[in-house]
Design a protein around this ligand. Structure first.
Ligand code: ZN
Ligand code: ZN
Length: 243
């Protein structure tokens, strides 16, 4: 850690995500994050939590605080980062989201395999249903669903030309988010009183940590401190570039 600044990155993918690089195992993500001084790290694969057990072990080995998440693609095709303190909470929520996906098979020739691995990069299996699909759960229903389960809910890349709140809904609805993730700083959309963060959205090893941010005013990298920092706006961005 750097003084009382806790380097944090809450938006990352692994080889389970249809557009994630095959080499991006949880171990590669965690090792890359450790090399970049990240203290709190989330794994947020598209619509699935199946690589979180491996991620938990890799984080423990590396001394990084894990945050257990997924990036839900809502009915309106808005991407939302949903985060939990406990692995079990996240897995339960992941099961609910996977069950809300249409029964459309993944096409590995187009999107690549959706690979479940163990902490040592051994392949455990594949998810056959397309994780690229949109859930039957709407953006407006998803937000309270996550909050009621004690999670953090963060609309992802709200200003991206696709799959952000503004591109899909025309605006960011005024709902009780835990924070809002924006590519541009300051954000170009109305974000009300929400704390704005950046996220690396890393799909490849080279993009690990590229848009991490700092939480300030805390000494321990815990989920509770993260939660308070987002609520109270105790964050500083280390945003470097768009991409
Ligand atoms: Zn996204
Ligand atoms: Zn993403």
């Amino acid at each position: 850690m750097n003084g009382n600044l806790i380097r944090t990155d809450l938006h990352n993918h692994s080889c389970l995500s249809p557009c994630g690089s095959l080499e991006m195992s949880p171990e590669v993500l965690v090792q890359g994050a450790a090399a970049r001084g990240i203290d709190i790290l989330a794994l947020t694969d598209h619509n699935s939590t199946r690589n979180l057990p491996a991620f938990a072990v890799c984080c423990r080995r590396a001394g990084i605080t894990p945050v257990f998440g997924l990036e839900v693609n809502t009915f309106e095709e808005v991407h939302v980062v949903c985060l939990f303190r406990e692995l079990g909470q996240a897995e339960k929520f992941g099961n609910l989201i996977e069950a809300s996906l249409p029964d459309i098979a993944n096409d590995p020739d187009i999107f690549g395999d959706q690979v479940i691995v163990d902490p040592d990069e051994q392949v455990l299996g594949f998810v056959d249903v397309s994780l690229f699909s949109s859930s039957s759960i709407s953006f407006f229903d998803l937000v309270p669903l996550v909050l009621d389960r004690g999670g953090l809910v963060i609309p992802a890349h709200i200003d991206r030309p696709a799959n952000g709140a503004v591109s899909q809904l025309g605006f960011l609805p005024d709902l009780p988010y835990s924070a809002v993730e924006s590519l541009s700083l300051p954000p170009t959309a109305e974000v009300y009183s929400n704390t704005v963060i950046t996220g690396s959205d890393a799909h490849y090893p080279a993009s690990i940590g590229r848009r991490s941010f700092f939480i300030s005013g805390y000494t321990e990298p815990t989920f509770d401190n993260l939660s308070s920092a987002l609520r109270d706006g105790h964050v500083a961005s280390v945003y470097r570039r768009y991409g």
